[in-house]
Design a protein around this ligand. Structure first.
Ligand code: DGY
Length: 339
């Protein structure tokens, strides 16, 4: 890898931007490197990506909708970096990239607060039964104030269980203070400092699920977390509990969640992410009135998407300059000897 800035400006560095991204990100690339943005509203298929890459690129700026595996990487022999405009990078075959010494970067930090805001929006909306309440009003069922109509669950003074106390989990926990909540957490990584900062108490997952009134999930999708919420986990939760997922759909067994909601094993759920995206319109979750469903919008604010695009572009340029990008997720790719 070159170590001079000159190389970036003058050489054959070319970047493929896989989707139209906020202009702020493209502005970072402008005048620094030659780039092409794939046009079109929809993400490119792997075949389209392979075809586009055939003309030779040293960098890809991707989003989470592009599946980038070894085959795609091999379509572009000069590829040195894949800068994902997302904190999650499960769309990229990390091992394949590392073997090929292709650096992979993500955009942590800049979307933390916006994502935590949406987790809370889902929590509150599900707890207070907003989908059912809106339906009730719109269909003219609302005749009078009802002493026992549309009763939900209290958030104040309740117990919040956070699964994954990373940046976003911490931001969600901080918001719980305003509601005087007790906060529990589970995480395979020791998070003592973060836990102390937000006053969260560690529990093994089954204990957390049994004790929490709200469960909010903030783990990456990995082989270890895939399907970690299934029938057994929902069965442990309280019938009054609300389950919220803004991480990745793959961590939840969606059929089991549907069944838990349908049978009122749990009270309600708020979901922003799904096993299959877009959520098929035939999915049975759409028939339930105790689930709030949003289309993977947790980071979707103007400011945050600008910051994500900017950070992805900065990571990408750093890698092409031969510097270590700030948010490198596979440092092993820098080590020539390991493969
Ligand atoms: C991410 O960044 O991984 C989110 O899912 C989208 O912002």
């Amino acid at each position: 890898m070159s170590t001079t800035a000159d190389t970036l400006e003058s050489s054959a560095n070319r970047v493929l931007v896989t989707r139209q991204i906020p202009k702020a990100g493209l502005d970072v690339l402008q005048d620094k490197v030659e780039f092409r943005v794939l046009s079109g509203r929809w993400p490119p298929s792997p075949e389209q990506l392979i075809e586009a890459l055939a003309s030779g690129y040293t960098g890809i700026l991707s989003t989470l909708t592009e599946r980038i595996d070894g085959e795609v990487m091999d379509a572009c022999p000069g590829l040195r970096v894949i800068a994902n405009m997302a904190v999650g990078y499960d769309n990229i075959d990390l091992e394949a990239a590392t073997k090929r010494h292709i650096l992979v970067t993500n955009t942590p930090g800049v979307l933390t607060e916006t994502t935590a805001d949406l987790a809370w929006t889902l929590m509150m909306t599900a707890a207070r039964r907003l989908p059912a309440a809106m339906q009730y009003l719109r269909t003219g069922e609302w005749r009078t104030w009802e002493p026992e109509g549309l009763l939900g669950q209290d958030i104040s003074d309740a117990t919040l269980g956070i699964v994954g106390l990373g940046r976003i989990g911490v931001a969600v926990a901080k918001r719980a203070r305003g509601f005087n909540m007790r906060v529990l957490y589970q995480d395979p990584v020791p998070r003592l400092e973060a836990a102390r900062e937000v006053g969260a108490h560690y529990r093994e997952l089954p204990d957390l699920l049994r004790d929490a009134d709200f469960v909010s999930v903030h783990v990456p999708l990995t082989p270890q977390t895939a399907g970690m919420f299934g029938p057994d986990q929902f069965a442990m939760m309280k019938p009054t509990a609300v389950f919220v997922n803004t991480s990745r759909g793959g961590v939840v067994n969606q059929a089991a969640l549907y069944e838990a909601l349908r049978s009122r094993t749990i009270f309600a759920a708020g979901l922003d992410v799904y096993a299959e995206e877009p959520l098929p319109l035939t999915d049975p979750l759409l028939t339930l009135d105790n689930v709030v469903l949003t289309p993977h919008i947790a980071s979707a604010s103007v400011k945050t998407r600008n910051r994500m695009a900017t950070l992805a572009a900065e990571n990408l340029l750093a890698a092409l300059r031969g510097q270590r990008p700030q948010h490198l997720v596979n440092p092993a790719a820098l080590v020539k000897e390991i493969y």
